[in-house]
Design a protein around this ligand. Structure first.
Ligand code: KDG
Length: 322
């Protein structure tokens, strides 16, 4: 059964209670978005968090983005071996603590990029947008000098090192797509930007522990058929980000979950068809009335709406004949 999940802060507050009131008892830890930006976790810190969540009736199911992985490894800089060793330690710790999924990405230099975070959407709510014409295409920011071939080589090296450890630890890795899924952003090359790129990634180590974070908004921006692509990757999908965009990787606006071009019920049905049973979280929600938009995409009210909508879609998809 799909596990609806939410990014929750590493310390309890109203959002823990709201999650439980909606019936969501699965947490994603992503301190780069909600928290203090921490990414290097010791066993004791993870264990404390795990216990804290558990005591509140919530499972810590995913550590996302905020993992011991930086551009040192992505760009193959000095210190990479130490960082990969730290990542392996982190995977073993996550395994010992029963944290089943780790989501990481290969976006070097710039994380998920937007050129506007105040796009007016339904009823004056706010969403985000990206327009390549506004970023310019290089030269890259000072100090960043990496080719696509180097990025691929570094990713392949990383996978060969860490996937066997993830297997031993019983942790499933999910690579998040580059956002936006372009050839480059601000002149910095990006490689995880399409179906073929994922096929290459999955072939590096053919293991269910080397999988996909299926971020729907990014697949929509790639211009692919989302439900068909869900069926294509099937059991290699280890984690889902549920959201939608209007436009292409060069220029798009994020939409409300129920108001974008993707057939979200067909997507939900596709997850069911492929037997996806992992965590699925709403991603990037609109900022609603009364919210400050200090955390574009990660304010609270839009997530309540998204969980309600996803719950309805799930219920509908479950009533389909098998
Ligand atoms: O770009 C997005 O859609 C993301 O959600 C980015 C992820 O949170 C994150 O950086 C993955 O490691």
């Amino acid at each position: 059964m799909v596990e609806l999940s939410l990014v929750l802060p590493p310390e309890p507050d109203r959002r823990w209670e709201l999650a439980k009131q909606m019936g969501v008892t699965s947490a994603v830890l992503h301190s780069l978005e909600i928290g203090d930006g921490k990414r290097f976790w010791s066993y004791d810190e993870l264990s404390r968090l795990k216990n804290w969540f558990e005591g509140a009736g919530i499972d810590l199911d995913v550590v996302e983005g905020s993992v011991p992985l930086t551009d040192v490894t992505r760009f193959g800089l000095e210190g990479r071996d130490e960082e990969i060793a730290a990542f392996k330690r982190f995977l073993r710790d996550a395994g010992r603590l029963g944290i089943p999924v780790v989501c990481y990405d290969w976006m070097g230099g710039i994380r998920w990029a937007r050129t506007d975070v105040h796009v007016e959407a339904r009823g004056g709510s706010l969403t985000t947008a990206f327009d390549a014409a506004k970023t310019g295409d290089g030269p890259p920011p000072e100090g960043i000098d990496v080719t696509r071939e180097e990025l691929w080589g570094n990713l392949e090296h990383f996978l060969r090192e860490v996937v066997p450890v993830a297997e031993e630890a019983g942790v499933k890795l999910g690579l998040h797509p580059d956002d936006p899924p372009r050839e480059s952003v601000r002149g910095i090359p990006r490689i995880v930007n399409g179906v073929e790129a994922y096929e290459r990634v999955l072939d590096v180590v053919d293991s269910e522990h080397n999988g996909v974070t299926f971020c729907q908004g990014n697949f929509a921006a790639m211009g692919v058929d989302v439900p068909e692509t869900i069926r294509h990757f099937g059991e290699r999908i280890n984690f889902v980000h549920f959201r939608d965009v209007e436009g292409t990787a060069d220029s798009f606006v994020e939409t409300w979950h129920d108001d974008g071009p993707t057939d979200m019920l067909a997507a939900m049905r596709a997850y069911r068809e492929v037997g996806f049973e992992g965590p699925m979280r709403p991603d990037h929600v609109p900022t609603m009335a009364g919210e400050q938009n200090t955390k574009p995409g990660y304010e609270t009210k839009g997530r309540l709406f998204a969980i309600g909508y996803m719950t309805g879609l799930l219920e509908r998809s479950r009533s389909d004949p098998k």
